[in-house]
Write a protein that binds this ligand. Structure first.
Ligand code: CTP
Ligand code: CA
Length: 221
């Protein structure tokens, strides 16, 4: 099917988007990860291209194909995501952190496959770097910084807390306690928060929501 052509609201702009899950290795054959499908981030990348932007898409392992016309950078771990984000963010007008970054990684990655031993196994995990907070604290070349927050309760207050604690310009919050929305779904509903404003985007396909989010972003660049 052919897509209607969009007004080129992002012509001349470079947007870097992170998407998908991260994978934190435990040993050569095992990892910790999450159910992020990458659909929301890839939808944002598609929308940004359709509005005329140059798009860097930094993605964890996903099964979906990247939109045509993006510069795809594949990563696995949160540390790799941080490294690539700090390369591309200062060259971007906006940075959108849509990746579901694992909050913790193994304190040490076993060099050999771990062998089954007793009835219980205790893993020691250490906190991962906060990628979007690192981007938002850049002193040179700080892009307009947009976060995502998936919450199961107190959505507005947690999202607004992240907006200010991470020094973001905008955050897109979704209530993942609603059946069939958010993680791994084709549909979502978002509330966008800025420091002095908010806007509800009611339930829709991720691609339609992505176009709305990018249009709101374009107004502010
Ligand atoms: N994020 C990040 N680096 C991390 C964790 C999160 O860049 N190590 C980003 C996500 O990409 C998202 C935003 O921060 O844009 C919010 O992620 P979320 O998991 O909701 O927030 P956390 O700060 O990790 O808080 P918690 O998981 O405890 O709710
Ligand atoms: Ca988290």
């Amino acid at each position: 099917c052919t897509q209607p052509s969009q007004p080129q609201l992002l012509a001349g702009k470079t947007i870097t988007i992170t998407a998908g899950p991260t994978r934190e290795a435990l040993d050569p054959v095992r990892f910790i990860s999450n159910h992020s499908s990458g659909k929301m981030g890839f939808g944002l990348a598609h929308a940004a291209v359709s509005l005329g932007a140059t798009v860097n898409l930094i993605s964890g392992p996903v099964t979906i194909a990247p939109p045509a016309g993006v510069n795809l950078i594949n990563i696995e771990s949160a540390e790799q995501l941080l490294e690539q984000s700090l390369i591309f963010a200062p060259k971007s007008d906006a940075f959108i952190g849509c990746a579901a970054v694992a909050d913790y990684r193994a304190a040490a990655i076993a060099k050999q496959k771990m062998k089954k031993q007793g009835d219980e196994l205790t893993l020691t995990l250490v906190k991962n770097p906060d990628v979007i907070a690192a981007v938002a604290s850049l002193t040179e070349g700080r892009p307009y910084t947009v976060g995502f927050a998936a919450e199961t309760q107190d959505v507005a207050s947690y999202a607004k807390g992240k907006l200010s604690n991470k020094n973001l310009d905008m955050i897109c919050a979704n209530d993942v306690s609603q059946n069939g929305l958010g993680f791994n779904s084709d549909h979502n509903a978002l509330t966008l928060f800025w420091h002095n404003e908010q806007k509800e985007l009611t339930i829709d396909t991720k691609s339609a929501l992505a176009l709305n989010v990018m249009t709101e972003l374009a107004k502010r660049l």
